[in-house]
Design a protein around this ligand. Structure first.
Ligand code: KIV
Length: 268
């Protein structure tokens, strides 16, 4: 059995140390208090308030519609719940792409209103100036490279990103600009391995193979709660959709046949 994790808050230095010691980093998405508290208690290192909430919570087709106000609302709730995990909030479209000044203002607002510990923004080389400005202002940044879901229309769909030179340039530029971590989505495992070895800062992969310094999944996918298409890179570690439907059916049966509530579940 793995040793219980210390309750000390996971920080940028913790993640850097984990990379140095070859210890894998775990990151999962969280959008609400209950789930965030459970994942935190389970010892997940980083909780990501991802803009994937547009898809899994709001039922949208892409991450594009979620607003800054909504991200702040969910970010605050997750930060409230997490005792140990680092909490990272995504800058939603288009707020991470508005240039240095505006993105800095938005990132500062997200940090202030949510009390999260870092932000994530999509892009690498073209975001270097923005990343540098945020880091200079004391805002820890994760750069999201490879498949950038906010650019899904420009990229022509949710496709594996196979331009090795671009990936390398994005990852190294993000590190040089001060990003404390690089998240790689949907890239061939060979490229992810090479970049993870090349960078000093930790890499977190999703659909990027086993050689990244850590792994992230959308929690709804991992728990078997996702309605619709499941990407190839997902492993469902539970089938909560079936458990939830079964519990709801049993509740209905018990209500209909009069066995719920019983006397122990009622007041004299
Ligand atoms: O928004 C999100 O959940 C993400 C993950 C897919 C990494 O960015």
């Amino acid at each position: 059995m793995a040793a219980p994790k210390s309750m000390t808050r996971v920080t940028v230095s913790t993640l850097q140390q984990m990379k140095s010691q070859g210890e894998k980093i775990t990151m999962l998405t969280a959008y609400d208090f209950t789930m965030a508290a459970l994942l935190d208690q389970a010892g997940v290192d980083v909780l990501l308030v991802g803009d994937s909430l547009a898809m899994v919570v709001q039922g949208q087709q892409t991450t594009i519609p979620v607003t800054l106000k909504e991200m702040i609302y969910h970010g605050r709730i997750v930060a409230e719940a997490a005792q140990r995990a680092m909490v990272v909030v995504d800058l939603p479209f288009p707020h991470g792409q508005l240039g240095v000044r505006k993105t800095l203002q938005v990132a500062a607002r997200v940090m202030k209103k949510t009390l999260c510990h870092a932000v994530k923004l999509e892009g690498g080389a073209e975001q270097a100036d923005t990343i540098r400005a945020l880091v200079n202002a004391g805002i820890p940044v994760i750069a999201h490279v490879g498949l950038r879901p906010q650019s899904v229309h420009a990229l022509g769909g949710y496709k594996v990103q196979r331009n090795a030179d671009k990936l390398k340039e994005d990852a190294t530029s993000a590190q040089a600009a001060g990003a404390f971590c690089v998240l790689m989505e949907c890239v061939p495992q060979r490229f992810a391995k090479e970049i993870s070895q090349l960078l000093d800062v930790p890499t977190i992969g999703i659909g990027a193979g086993p050689d990244c310094d850590g792994q992230v999944l959308v929690t709804h996918d991992l728990l078997g709660l996702t309605v619709g298409r499941i990407p190839k890179f997902v492993r469902q570690f539970a089938d909560l959709a079936s458990s939830i439907k079964q519990a709801a059916k049993e509740f209905q049966t018990a209500v209909n046949d009069g066995t719920f509530p019983n006397s122990g579940e009622s007041f004299d």
